[in-house]
Design a protein around this ligand. Sequence first.
Ligand SMILES: Cc1cc2nc3c(=O)[nH]c(=O)nc-3n(C[C@H](O)[C@H](O)[C@H](O)COP(=O)(O)OP(=O)(O)OC[C@H]3O[C@@H](n4cnc5c(N)ncnc54)[C@H](O)[C@@H]3O)c2cc1C
Length: 375
Amino acid sequence: MRVAVIGAGILGASTAWHLAQAGAEVLLVDRDDRGRATAAGAGIVSPWGSKLEDGPAYRLLEAGAAYYGPLAETLRDQGEAELGYARVGSLVVPDSTADLDAAERVLRARAARAPEAGAVERLGPDDARALFPPLREGLAALHVPGGARVNGRLVAAALARAAEARGARRLAGSARLLAERGRIRGVALGAEELAADAMVVCAGAWAPELLAPLGVTLPVAPQRGQIVHLRRPGVDTSRWPTLSPLNSYYLLAFDDSRVVVGATRETGSGFDHRLTGGGVAAVLNAGLATAPGLADWTLEEVRIGFRPLADDGAPLLGPLPGLEGLLIGNGLGPSGLTMGPLAGRLLAQATLGQETTLPLEPFAPLRATVSKRAG
Ligand SMILES: Cc1cc2nc3c(=O)[nH]c(=O)nc-3n(C[C@H](O)[C@H](O)[C@H](O)COP(=O)(O)OP(=O)(O)OC[C@H]3O[C@@H](n4cnc5c(N)ncnc54)[C@H](O)[C@@H]3O)c2cc1C
């Protein structure tokens, strides 16, 4: 079976690798758009404090985090050891004791069902600062030992290379979909046409423009995120935990004396690839309010990424009704670095007609259209 995968962000790269592992002939096409989400994503992999209610999307998030351990091992065996993945633990740092109590109840209940989370512990301010020294004085925290972080760029690149090593063909360029009599027949790149039996569109926030010529309206739009990288050469940040206050901002550290502070969530931004004064100020203010010790670190870089966000906020994964052979992988929004590798596995299983590890029905790509029609 020959499958074209469009988009080599974390979702497309994972889909391609799982397909190639299963013996499919894979074409992986990517356009390397400015602002692709995977290249900007922060990399927190710690689902248990998520504001998502328990339900299919939360289960995907949780299972996605659990999948990283086995994934990292398999990729290591295939010569891909550099994912920036480390189980450094997570600190949740609410501002008030009431919020701390409420967060603790949720975290403990979720962690009890997820062995990889480890035992949730309440830390006093000094113990919390010992783990993340720039943290504001006087902040108590909840510590989740199984929390992790990952470098999205490295994961996607490793998956794509591992797919290639298993026979996938990588093509650079802007893909167009070819369909005939209600079924996919291949992909066009400029004047070149390549036949395919199936197609998985993982084109992130750009997928609607790709599908529009087929008469498909995908309910997805770009949500801009501006994210700040700070560095202080000589400081060993490699074991610092991820840090989540109870707002939408967060901090995490990488091995190279770097702390990342994220991020704006600008719904309705379109593909406006600009840093804004207000955006960068909001991120820095939130970050420094939580970790004032970072105030004199070097502002090294601010990245911009367009999260592929579905109208109802939930992932879109699975076959597209009405066009045989076409599957969609999209809508991973703010959690795609956590969900992406597992979601790619599910898409590969669905493409090959196998039973999926988690049910895909809740993520039906056109569910909104269908329920509108029904209503
Ligand atoms: C600032 C920010 C912080 C984030 N932090 C986290 C986090 O801490 N934890 C977490 O789990 N998630 C996080 N995310 C979310 C995560 O990054 C995204 O959900 C995920 O990367 C989406 O991956 P994707 O493969 O679907 O899309 P993308 O990475 O955007 O990839 C889509 C690819 O498709 C290609 N493409 C599009 N159209 C075509 C075409 N016609 N032909 C060929 N190629 C095409 C593009 O060039 C691109 O390479 C964050 C995102 C942002 C922006």
